[in-house]
Write a protein of this length. Structure first.
Length: 203
């Protein structure tokens, strides 16, 4: 079973994976990216390696980047909550996302390579904030392309993990079976067993 303080990447969208770096553990809110080192660790875990990441995570940018990352995460949370309710995304969330999106520029160039035409994409960072641009881009894709009915939080009352349901029948309920799904199964089995034991007791 996955502990509450383990990074996960099964939300179906990078922005939701990032949102899920804030968890509940034993009734307490836990921030899994509370330090610059933890944020860098999440980048490594998720496989986010933009060319400018070393510059952005070195002093004096590290603390600023962490603050910006946490602000971005809050904006994604508000956006996800309103989208799931079928309400307009708050302007302040859009502003926060656009601010990060504007920190990176993607350019493309067509070149001949080994007898074929190839497209080379280059990312130009306009500030250390550009490290977060892939997350903001994933959030933008979520807000514009996803079916709001498929954007959900785990059905466990103790879990705050978000996910985008990509199952065929659209009935995914749990953040993962290894985590809350198995807990729910075990709880159902326990209740069933207790009921059976009670019914067998002599009257």
């Amino acid at each position: 079973m996955e502990p509450e303080t383990t990074w996960t990447s099964h939300a179906g969208n990078l922005a939701l994976d990032f949102l899920n770096t804030r968890r509940n553990s034993k009734g307490r809110s836990v921030d899994l990216i509370s330090t610059p080192a933890a944020l860098q660790g999440w980048f490594d875990f998720i496989g986010l390696h933009p060319s400018h990441v070393d510059v952005a995570t070195s002093p004096p940018h590290a603390r600023r980047l962490l603050d910006e990352a946490q602000r971005l995460r809050s904006a994604i949370r508000y956006a996800a909550e309103t989208l799931a309710r079928g309400e307009p995304v708050p302007p302040q969330s859009l502003h926060a996302l656009n601010r990060v999106l504007g920190a990176s520029r993607l350019t493309a160039e067509l070149v001949h390579h080994e007898g074929c035409l190839a497209r080379i994409e280059r990312e130009t960072a306009t500030s250390p904030l550009a490290v977060l641009a892939p997350i903001a881009l994933a959030a933008a894709t979520l807000l514009t392309d996803a079916d709001p009915a498929r954007l959900r939080q785990c059905a466990s009352g103790r879990c705050v993990i978000w996910f985008l349901d990509s199952s065929k029948n659209g009935r995914r309920r749990w953040c993962s079976m290894a985590r809350c799904g198995n807990r729910a199964k075990a709880a159902r089995h326990y209740r069933k067993q207790k009921t059976a034991d009670w019914s067998l007791r002599p009257q």
